[in-house]
Write a new protein. Structure first.
Length: 282
């Protein structure tokens, strides 16, 4: 596993246990359909890994006001309609109907939960980013914030290690979507983020049943990751899509190899600019 420490915001170095666990995740290969596979070691050819300190530099957004959230939900509905129209017009392969039907089903579920939160602000949960994915076309990098991860894990060394693995996978799935697909520079967060969570959960599930020395740790990481992703339904973020990842994993784990590959291949058709243009957004 290749990584560096941020020179300006320098964190502690990884422990031997963290290095062993993360390195095993980095080198594990998850085969997918469409002749694709997910492996962080392969993605590190173009996407560097850096550990840093957040220190309050990056903060979660406040939960949007009703009109903002309703606008996001409406835009997501229009986006799904646009995707369906492309399928009807044969601008997308027929096999993508499965992907559309799953997204529509999960949108209905999440729509109900988010609207409930509007009337129950005490249930909302804030969250400090534990990692980010940078992509400027020429500079692709994953950054993990050690301090934020430790805080979330309540400074428990074992839980910190497991959480590092989850964040690592999530951020590298963003890299995978960009580089394995056709490179949409501005994918809509309401779909991109839950698909990164979905892929991360599936990856941990595969490693947990692999028989590798870290299989038990991966199973523990999966359990904690699933709880965390479910909690995103209550997060104070700036997108209405958080929480889809857990629903996708619990209801569509068997279709993961196909769905992850399909998303990577069609994500370019769902970036914010083209969707707004297709649907006459100003």
């Amino acid at each position: 596993m290749e990584y560096s420490l941020d020179e300006k915001f320098t964190p502690r170095d990884l422990t031997p246990e963290e290095k062993t666990f993360l390195n095993a995740l980095v080198t594990y290969t998850m085969p997918l359909e469409k002749s694709l596979f997910f492996q962080i070691a392969d993605l590190q050819q173009h996407t560097k890994l850096e550990f840093s300190v957040n220190g309050g530099r990056f903060k979660g957004s406040e939960f949007p006001e009703r009109e903002v959230l309703e606008k996001e939900l409406n835009e997501l509905a229009i986006m799904l309609d646009g995707f369906r129209e492309k399928l009807w017009d044969d601008r997308l392969p027929e096999e993508n109907w499965d992907l559309y039907e799953i997204w529509e089903e999960e949108w209905v579920r999440q729509n109900e939960k988010l609207k409930e939160l509007l009337d129950n602000p005490e249930k909302r949960v804030d969250s400090t980013p534990m990692g980010v994915y940078y992509n400027r076309g020429w500079d692709s990098k994953v950054v993990l914030f050690v301090d934020a991860i430790e805080k979330r894990a309540k400074h428990n060394p074992y839980d910190t290690m497991l959480l590092m693995g989850m964040v690592l996978l999530h951020e590298y799935f963003h890299s995978f979507h960009f580089h394995a697909g056709t490179g949409a520079g501005d994918p809509p967060k309401c779909i991109e983020e839950p698909m990164a969570d979905y892929g991360s959960l599936v990856m941990l599930d595969r490693v947990a049943s692999s028989g590798l020395p870290i299989a038990k740790d991966a199973g523990n990481a999966l359990e904690k990751a699933l709880d965390f992703v479910k909690s995103k339904q209550l997060r104070t973020m700036d997108t209405a899509g958080y929480g889809f990842g857990a629903c996708l994993y619990e209801n569509h784990k068997k279709e993961a190899s196909n769905l992850i590959a399909l998303y990577a291949n069609v994500s370019c058709l769902m970036n914010d600019k083209t969707l707004k243009k297709d649907n006459n957004f100003s």
